[in-house]
Write a protein that binds this ligand. Structure first.
Ligand SMILES: Cc1cn([C@H]2C[C@H](O)[C@@H](COP(=O)(O)OP(=O)(O)O[C@H]3O[C@H](C)C(=O)[C@H](O)[C@H]3O)O2)c(=O)[nH]c1=O
Length: 182
């Protein structure tokens, strides 16, 4: 497993070692020891999620407030998405900045999005199946969102597709009005 910190170094891109033979392939999709070595701290996941989206669907930008903040380890098992993490920790030197990565079933890449970040993705393939582990349970009352095209964050989504949004996401507040982490 290769671990690469992105421009916001708390966000880490993982690339697994894939073993291919005439039967197909094998790779360790999660290894607690290697993951914690890369992240530099103990991390416990308590929930696995799986969503399927059609092309153009954009889910995000979402996060849960403390004490329910979630770290997420995300990957794609079918199709392709562009995945984004936004630093919403007011005390951070990268507050308001974003990083992104293209995750596909083919590249088998995973992105670690720590607590303190808003997260979202846009679906680039006809459909995409998105799996992720979270470090805290779903707590809908603590859920918050930021509008996907906020001008102050200015995410460069890699498509001119008009995104398909849930009602919640289409009416999410701007970053300036968002409840953020201290
Ligand atoms: C997130 C979640 C949702 N649900 C139920 C609640 C709704 O009835 C239904 C769809 O929920 P929602 O529209 O919030 O799903 P997404 O838009 O994919 O939300 C996720 O989108 C982005 C990518 C994120 O990073 C978050 O993990 C999460 O907010 O699943 C649950 O029962 N448990 C859960 O953990």
């Amino acid at each position: 497993m290769k671990a690469t910190p992105l421009e916001i170094p708390e966000v880490i891109l993982f690339e697994p070692r894939v073993f291919e033979d005439d039967r197909g392939f094998f790779f360790e999709s999660f290894n607690q020891r290697q993951f914690e070595d890369a992240v530099g701290r103990q991390v416990t996941f308590v929930q696995d999620n799986h969503s399927k989206s059609a092309q153009g669907v954009l889910r995000g930008l979402h996060y849960q407030l403390n004490p329910h903040a979630q770290g997420k380890l995300v990957r794609v098992v079918q199709g392709e998405v562009f995945d984004v993490a936004v630093d919403i920790r007011r005390s951070s030197s990268t507050f308001g900045r974003w990083v992104g990565a293209t995750l596909t079933a083919g590249n088998k890449r995973q992105l670690w999005v720590p607590e303190g970040f808003a997260h979202g993705f846009i679906t680039l393939s006809d459909t995409a199946e998105f799996l992720y582990k979270t470090t805290n349970f779903y707590a809908p009352k603590s859920e918050r969102a930021i509008i996907w095209n906020d001008p102050d964050i200015n995410i460069l989504w890699p498509t001119c597709l008009e995104p398909q949004l849930s009602g919640k996401d289409g009416t999410a507040p701007p970053f300036l009005n968002a409840e953020v982490f201290e």
